[in-house]
Design a protein around this ligand. Sequence first.
Ligand code: DGL
Length: 262
Amino acid sequence: MIGIFDSGLGGMTVARALEEICPGYPYLYFGDLARSPYDFKNTEKIKDYILSNTEFLLSQGAKLIIIACNFAASTAGELLKQQFSIPVLDIIQPAVVRAIQVTHTGIIGVIGTRATINADTYTTKIHSIQPEARVYAQACPLFVPLIEEGWCNRRETKMVAKKYLHRLRSKQIDTLIFGCTHYPLLNSVITPRIGKKVTIVDPSIETARALKSFLEHDTARAQELYTPEEQNRFFVSDLPEHAAQLARSIFGRSVTLEKAYV
Ligand code: DGL
């Protein structure tokens, strides 16, 4: 099975893209809702959470891990890659590569949680490939709580988005990276406010493409992982009332959320 984790349900946008782009592989999702959001927490604590999330997925039979959380990937992506012998993919590198491919002006915006933006991983990685790129990063700390609350289409959310995106608009970015797996759920709010000419890079899609190419190159592993008879499973460390509704709106079908204790 392919294990995926996030601090909450936002990483389900990655699971959705994986189902579409790499069908037939069984996915095991873990959303750490009991400890979400990770944004305002201490980095050492987050590393513990990430290790326990990974161990949980391994205990359920995961043979490959996808870190579907930008903050987790920037804080402990390398740690996981060193600590575990199975492949660990994260969502940052594929999005960086895509942004560099699609930008015409080299002026790239990144939005993410405060912790992800402070970690500066996107800017560092973009500059390691394209040093002359101009990268403008904007923290949007209210987006994750608004999304987890199911407020995606509320007037208040649109006002918050307008405020957050104002600076990036003024910098005339031509490409915008969603540096948080929750943000594709705000696509219809963000796109009109940043401007339709700006190309959006959605790391969920880029990650699914990266997995596809990984499996095309490692055919033995692809064969081992390809067990279409197995069902996808979705675990959460807490099950608030609105979770099932949010999961349904992400997948366009109802999904069974199972409670897991990590
Ligand atoms: N979806 C997570 C991300 O991609 C949100 C992290 C959080 O809980 O702060 O970064």
